[in-house]
Design a protein. Sequence first.
Length: 530
Amino acid sequence: MGLCRGCWSGLLAVLLSWACAQAWADNAVKLPQGGAVISDQPLASRMAAEVLHRGGNAVDAAVQASLVQAVLAPHKSGLGGGALGLVRLSSGQVLVFDGRETAPALAGPAMYFRGGQLQAALSERGALSVATPGFLAALYEMHKRGGRWRWVDVVKPVADLARQGVSLSPGLAAVAHQAPGPWQGLEPGAVLVQTELADTLLSIAEKGPGAFYRGDFAKALEHLMLEQEGIVSSRDLERYKGQVRRPSESQFQGYVLQGAGLPATGSFRSQQILALLDAFPWAKLQAAEPWHLAAEASRLALNDRPYWLGDSDQVKVPTGFLDPLTTRQMASLINRKKRLAPGDLGQDFSQEPLPAQASTLVSDDDGNWVVLVASLNGVFGSGLTVPGTGVVLNNAMAAFSVNPLITPQGSQANNIAPGKRPLWSTTLWLASKLGKPQLALASQGGMRGASEAAQVAAWHLAQGQELAKAGANLRVFAPSAQQPLGLIGPWPSSLQDDLAARGQTVQPLPPRPHLRVMSRVSGDLALWYE
């Protein structure tokens, strides 16, 4: 089932005029029949809602919304990047679609050394920072397994959108100088037309992912790599395989949490924080004790990330991190009245760069729930665009531990190897109770986002706070065992004094909007976007 192609041009004109009239708001849309959409871009949310309204399901809508966001915000995500999807199908099956970029076949742990010296900048910008893109492979496989509409009917409207033009956002205008493209020299609100990207999307709509991973696009990318001394080849593209996995599972206050698992370290650690917090009597916590416990759980969860975590297809990752017995033993280290003594382990996340990322959450009245994140890793990724295609390439190689000589604790779990996926500090998971989906969450706030997401979930799921109240509640972030505890929000002096009495040294932290949540915990569907 799909939407007639002739209907889309008129619909797009209406949607575009609607979007231009909005003040970059309305990212969350709730439909009368029960479905809902949250994305980073109002037009993407509106088009996804139209997909649901016209008979498509949550998978169709999420795939289209993610592609639309790539047109509206090409500095954050797109065909040249990666994607992770967490899908709860109407059958009750939950699957993870892993389209994280992979290291090229010629990549190796010493590739950024010159004359014995590490040149880390080579991993952050330019041709050597590019990993093999997986965005399209993940979206296609997700749609193949769960979509209702034909692939062409999901993708072609996005090609039409790129060709007709969209209103340039202030966010894109602010960074437009960082990469060549039709966005350069335009003011916010100007019409951005991406004809080359439209042609690429149309080819993908009609021919499927083979139009990207083989053929003319693959040749154009390989030619660019040869010119720029990069190492991604057409063979790397042809060999790329998105992975379909089982979710990582944990428990919290009677809810089953299912996350994207590795390489999504934010998901993994957010689940671990909640598993640690599950050991405490939330109904009896007083004063600043909930935040103290959240800080201590966060320190424990983040403590050994640099040592153990990597691509689970290539390295042996301990299986006990989310095991109830293991988490209970770890939770016993937490003192409700006193902070843990600073240890020698751990990594300082206080200066962690934020990934350039786009998030989409969709549910429908059939019981399909989708959480989908996509990224180029950094703003405009590598800074390179494949000529004639409109495709901006990622810089995901920077997410590896690029210096094997000084990797924390000497671990090689996230070191570079051919075909390996780098870690990704993104958070996405679902919560269910008695087999029914209750909450979907995505954060693009790095490891700080993982910690804050766990706190919002705790206030909502364990303390029964309405979603809006839980989202607006005070938060903390412990960037490392040695750093002071960051306080986010207007903290009263009484609670600060209580934390100090528990041995916490504190400092204010500015808010960092990053969280998107969809919840049925209180009965009616509630949405939270910041």
